[in-house]
Design a protein around this ligand. Structure first.
Ligand SMILES: Nc1ncnc2c1ncn2[C@@H]1O[C@H](COP(=O)(O)OP(=O)(O)OP(=O)(O)O)[C@@H](O)[C@H]1O
Ligand SMILES: [Mg+2]
Length: 353
């Protein structure tokens, strides 16, 4: 992408503008001055000053709930990019025929000036899980790189529908993804993130069976609130039938704290769902813009409250799943202050870099 960052901007992605950010340490890694050249350098900085760390054992996480538009893909994108910028080796597996995460990770689709014939050729050249399952290509050759050196993905193709159908006639049909894809990805990656569709199909069964953890975004809105009971019952039944032991986290999304209903739904989630995170993803334009630009919120606007919130949320998720950096809370102290309204000491603490 040819992007270049100032050291301050790169540091601020990780919430490290002041306080715990040791500029002299960072300077040792970047003696050339205040420019951090590329995503490669940002990744190095993330390892040093960030709030996430590599999990001890590789982790497979599904982002899934049976409701559309609740920010599953947005959460996948934010977690994937931020973890990768911390030097964690991430592979995203797209499991939604809509192909949103594939687009968000920058898969070069046909461009608008191409002819229909060329556009179809470009589309058909994209290989994914379906081609791999038919033995037409190797697993390695469907893993695509991104501009972040530690972030890779397996793209969604329209043939995912066919793969879903074909799973029905396979032996051990719920285990295909785990045994052929996820367990093998664990040999090369620290974090495998599966962005799921809202429709519970056979691929979703496979994703759940392959998961060490499931994260379910839940909107702080009345429709999602009603959907939740059925969803939890179905998940409990499936987990029992298949003897699964994944951790299940709920993440409130689209919270509008100025609205009473939204706030009360959030409070209900916190009081009644044991594994509901305290931090949420708020409804807001920065979040929407970041997703449209295919960036995480902290990369897009590191100083805004939405970025502060997502850093705290990712740190909370990482603590629950064992990939938070030691003393992560201290590193995010300014973010917490920003959100809780404690006087902002950023100016006092910030240091020139
Ligand atoms: N913080 C935000 N506030 C409001 N809208 C947002 C925010 N973040 C992202 N959006 C927008 O919300 C829409 C839905 O988000 P997203 O695609 O992540 O949901 P999803 O749960 O993956 O949907 P689907 O079920 O269709 O896969 C997107 O168009 C996205 O740009
Ligand atoms: Mg989605």
């Amino acid at each position: 992408m040819g992007q270049s960052f100032s050291l301050r901007k790169a540091g601020s992605i990780f919430g490290s503008i002041g306080g715990r950010f040791d500029a002299s340490e960072a300077r040792k890694s970047f003696p050339s001055g205040s420019k951090v050249g590329s995503y490669f350098d940002v990744t190095e900085l993330g390892r040093e000053v960030g709030f996430l760390r590599r999990p001890e054992k590789p982790l497979a996480i599904s982002i899934f709930v049976t409701k559309g538009g609740v920010l599953k893909t947005t959460l996948t994108l934010n977690l994937a990019r931020m973890a990768a910028l911390h030097g964690i080796r991430v592979c995203v597996v797209g499991l939604d025929m809509q192909g949103d995460i594939t687009q968000a990770l920058g898969c070069a689709g046909p461009d608008e000036d191409q002819s229909l014939e060329d556009a179809l050729k470009t589309l058909n050249s994209l290989k994914g899980l379906a081609d791999f399952s038919q033995g037409q290509t190797s697993l390695d050759s469907i893993i695509c790189p991104t501009e972040i050196p530690t972030l890779f993905y397996i793209p969604e193709t329209p043939d995912l529908v066919g793969l879903d159908q074909s799973l029905l006639s396979r032996n051990r049909r719920e285990y295909w993804l785990k045994e052929n894809v996820v367990d093998r990805l664990k040999e090369s990656f620290d974090l495998i993130l599966m962005d799921c569709s809202p429709n519970w199909n056979r691929l979703i069964n496979n994703a759940l069976v392959a998961s060490d953890a499931v994260i379910s975004p839940i909107e702080s809105k009345i429709n999602n609130f009603r959907n939740l009971k059925t969803f939890r019952a179905l998940m409990a039944e499936f987990g029992r039938d298949m003897r699964l032991e994944f951790k299940h986290l709920f993440v409130p999304t689209r919270l509008v704290s100025s609205r009473r209903l939204s706030r009360e739904i959030y409070e209900w989630y916190r009081a009644n769902l044991e594994t509901c995170t305290a931090y949420s993803i708020r409804e807001g334009v920065q979040g929407e813009e970041a997703t449209a630009l295919r960036l995480s919120i902290p990369e897009h606007s590191p100083g805004c409250a939405a970025a502060a919130e997502i850093r705290l949320l990712l740190s909370e998720i990482a603590s629950a799943l064992g990939f938070a950096a030691p003393e992560a809370e201290q590193r995010l102290i300014l973010d917490h202050a920003k959100l809780t309204g404690t006087p902002d000491r950023a100016t006092e603490l910030s240091i020139e870099v």
